[in-house]
Design a binder for this molecule. Sequence first.
Ligand SMILES: CC(C)(COP(=O)(O)OP(=O)(O)OC[C@H]1O[C@@H](n2cnc3c(N)ncnc32)[C@H](O)[C@@H]1OP(=O)(O)O)[C@@H](O)C(=O)NCCC(=O)NCCS
Length: 405
Amino acid sequence: MDIAVRPCASPEELRDALNVISHYFGHENNDEDAERFAKWIEVDRVHAARDGDAIVGCAGAYTYRMAVPGGGSVPAGGVTIVGVLPTHRRRGVLTAMMRAQLADCRARGDAVAYLWASEATIYGRFGYGLASRQGSVELVKDRTRFVAPFEPRGSMRLLDLDEAVQLFPPLYEQVFAQRPGMFSRDAAWWETRRLNDDPSRRRGAGPLNRALLELDGKPAGYALYRVAQEWAFGSSSGKVTIQEVVTPTPEATRELWRWLLDFDWTSKFDADLLPLDHPLFLLLAEPRRMQFRVDDGVWVRILDIEAALTARSYNGDESTVLELADAFMPENAGRWRVGSAGVSRTEDAADLRLDITGLGTVYLGGFGFGDLVRGFRAEELKEGAAERADALFATGVEPWCAEIF
Ligand SMILES: CC(C)(COP(=O)(O)OP(=O)(O)OC[C@H]1O[C@@H](n2cnc3c(N)ncnc32)[C@H](O)[C@@H]1OP(=O)(O)O)[C@@H](O)C(=O)NCCC(=O)NCCS
């Protein structure tokens, strides 16, 4: 089989490439779909695998910045629409696309690539490590009491698309600086994707509601939610699905969640993609009633070790020496000294030995070197090295990516 992997060069090629992953969603894209998608991604960041004239594989990368510990961010390829037609699976097409895509990300200056994986077995071989966890909750209406009742002082407004596009992004940007793992959203993303109420995405629920919290007359947080109404024996058995809540301050978090959970005419609330350290654990009188279920979150592939590790924060003046293996991008392998004084190659003896996937796993602060050692993903070469490296890398906040891309 002769497969050629090349970037797409036209909207028509993008449409055909999108149809590979859409095959698995049971959907076929038309020109309009491709046009809409091209608002979010540069056409030449979509790699297509071709068998003759036919496109049989696809892998795209959004141009993002990804938030890292300490309030900074790095250029990141947000990997998406990865698929190989069932007629061509398990013949190395994905591997060829990953090779082309990661080289392209690196050439464009991305320090990392990151993604949501449909299956945990796919991306480790290409150097991606599980970097965050996320939770989903299902809370029944009469179990939402807070430990400490309080007098709300904010006011709420429901916004149309135009106003939300103006007022929500600055709030998101504040949280972006607090939470490693978030990705930057540009105007087109806000308008045509996150805040857009495409009826095909309602899944049986009602329209997208865009609620703004104001404190002292200023925007303080927002929530996106949908209502799916049903009745049983004269009472609501409906559900409110909370899609995204962004609140840069603890006060806004408490006010906005209280307002959401006081919704009349519902029997329960669903929310997912929540950070593991969500304040609801301590706000709610009965946190167990959330039925908080933990899943894997985003996967990070470090591409440029120096750029990626220099961009994040460290505690204190110590450093650690990591001996890294990277089978897929061997140029990264070797010994690296990492700390607030800088990140550079070294000949010094290593403290810890690990694979590039392990570095992706600890990068955002969702896991530590101790976790890697206990999970047989890293080896301590000096006694106590994992504990010292954990003190250096500790962030005090769980990573969070609020949206699947
Ligand atoms: C997942 C998918 C892209 C793999 O493509 P592919 O061209 O078959 O992958 P390759 O032939 O390059 O496989 C490379 C290796 O990964 C393994 N692999 C690939 N997909 C795998 C999966 N889903 N589970 C376990 N192993 C997998 C292969 O067995 C192979 O292993 P080997 O090198 O040890 O032989 C393809 O099956 C697909 O499109 N699936 C449905 C959509 C999907 O899940 N997309 C990913 C969205 S995040």
